[in-house]
Design a protein around this ligand. Structure first.
Ligand code: FAD
Length: 383
């Protein structure tokens, strides 16, 4: 684990900045518009160790804590949000295995995930359900020393270019409450495991796909945890970190909107002066900057609580809700400030505007975050 203020953290963040300047910023606009998977960037990410960022050093990762990691995610997302998707859900999967998997599973999978040889994701959502995960219908059952998995998952990031997934299944579809019949099972690409890429408004370049698991066979030790029936809790525990990460993406996108707008408003002139001198533009810049600072603080607070090992679903929910709405609002304001150029493919504003709404949907919609926050408020303040 690395503290945010240490020399180690500064060196890591500096190397991320260099990677973004060298490998990401020069090609982001072109690759995004072509919806092309950024192979060269992925190669550089492997060299930098990003695929093992939060994986323990015992398994070959960097072992970074959430505070440092969320700063990496914010920096990456300010350059091109899609890149953060390539390692984020991969690391949520790794976190679930590291926390709940058997020693055999950890030793077999985690070192290969840390190098990026295995690139993973989390397969929860199905055509019939996303928020209501207890409604999943993908089934898994024991057959000798194996599990057979059968079902369809959709909107799964890293499923097409990656080669391994943590799949949320029903191992007992009859038990009530339904979560007691749910398990998390690791599936590597094999016969019967097929994927197809979906077309998206934004978050392009990174693959999000449908996954058909047609009676695939995996070893029984791929079950995460010592017993069946813990899958929903395991993945929800991982989603605390996932939500801090999505909040950090919000900080990144909101910051990029602010930085581009600050620069543009000082060079674009109307009525004989830079638009930054007009009070209507100043009000926008002030609100955008205040949102960025508030979002950063909420993310920092949630990440610190996570690093202390505290329950932080409310803190992560607040950070996710505020920072992602900040990204949505700042992207709209950036477009207004840029006028027609904001609408042009020759600037990045239209990309921020297309990328930001995903943040309000993924890792639990912002409606769901409000429900989580309110429930925790009541639970923590009984009368
Ligand atoms: C680009 C992209 C990448 C994704 N990557 C992944 C991935 O890697 N893995 C994965 O498993 N999934 C992934 N998803 C799916 C994502 O997690 C789901 O879209 C999300 O959880 C919402 O589910 P849904 O789309 O089925 O919406 P629904 O659950 O159908 O919700 C529809 C609307 O109803 C609201 N709603 C639902 N229930 C309630 C309630 N009880 N009270 C109030 N409002 C409610 C929701 O907030 C939303 O506004 C991805 C989605 C996108 C767009």
């Amino acid at each position: 684990m690395t503290d945010t203020n240490t020399e180690d953290a500064r060196l890591i963040l500096d190397s991320v900045d260099k990677f973004l300047d060298q490998h990401v910023r020069p090609v982001a606009r072109q690759l995004e518009q072509a919806d092309e998977y950024p192979e060269d960037i992925v190669t550089a990410m492997k060299e930098l160790g990003l695929f093992g960022a939060t994986i323990s050093q015992n398994y070959g990762g960097l072992g970074l804590n959430a505070s440092v990691y969320s700063q990496i995610v914010a920096r990456v997302s300010a350059a091109w949000m899609s890149i953060s998707g390539i390692f984020n859900s991969h690391l949520i999967m790794a976190a679930a295995i590291q926390r709940f998997g058997s020693d055999a599973l950890k030793e077999r999978i985690l070192p290969r995930m840390a190098t990026g040889e295995l690139r993973g994701g989390i397969a929860l959502t199905e055509p019939g359900c996303g928020t209501d995960l207890q409604a999943v219908i993908t089934r898994a059952w024991r057959d000798g020393d194996d599990y057979i998995i059968n079902g369809t998952k959709t909107w799964i990031t890293n499923s097409v270019e990656g080669n391994i997934l943590a799949v949320l299944v029903k191992t007992d579809p009859d038990v009530q409450p339904a979560h007691k019949g749910m398990s998390l099972i690791v599936a590597e690409r094999s016969a019967g495991y097929t994927t197809s890429k979906l077309k998206k408004l934004g978050y392009r370049g990174v693959d999000t796909g449908e996954v058909v698991l047609d009676h695939i066979r995996v070893p029984a030790e791929n079950l995460v945890g010592p017993a069946e029936g813990r899958g929903l809790q395991q993945i929800l525990a991982g989603l605390e970190l996932g939500r801090i990460n999505v909040a950090a993406r919000g900080v990144g996108v909101a910051t990029a909107c602010l930085d581009d707008s600050l620069a543009y408003s000082q060079v674009r002139e109307t009525f004989g002066q830079p638009i930054a001198n007009h009070q209507a533009i100043q009000l926008k810049l002030a609100d955008m900057a205040t949102r960025v600072e508030a979002a950063k603080l909420l993310v920092e607070r949630a990440a610190q609580a996570y690093d202390r090992g505290e329950r932080c679903d409310m803190e992560a929910g607040m950070a996710k809700l505020f920072a992602t709405e900040a990204a949505v609002e700042n992207s709209m304001e950036a477009m207004r400030i840029h006028g027609a150029y904001g609408y042009s493919k020759e600037y990045d504003i239209e990309r921020y505007y297309r990328d930001a709404p995903l943040l309000a949907i993924g890792e639990g919609t912002n409606e769901l975050q409000r429900i989580i926050i309110a429930r925790q408020l009541v639970a923590r303040n009984p009368v």
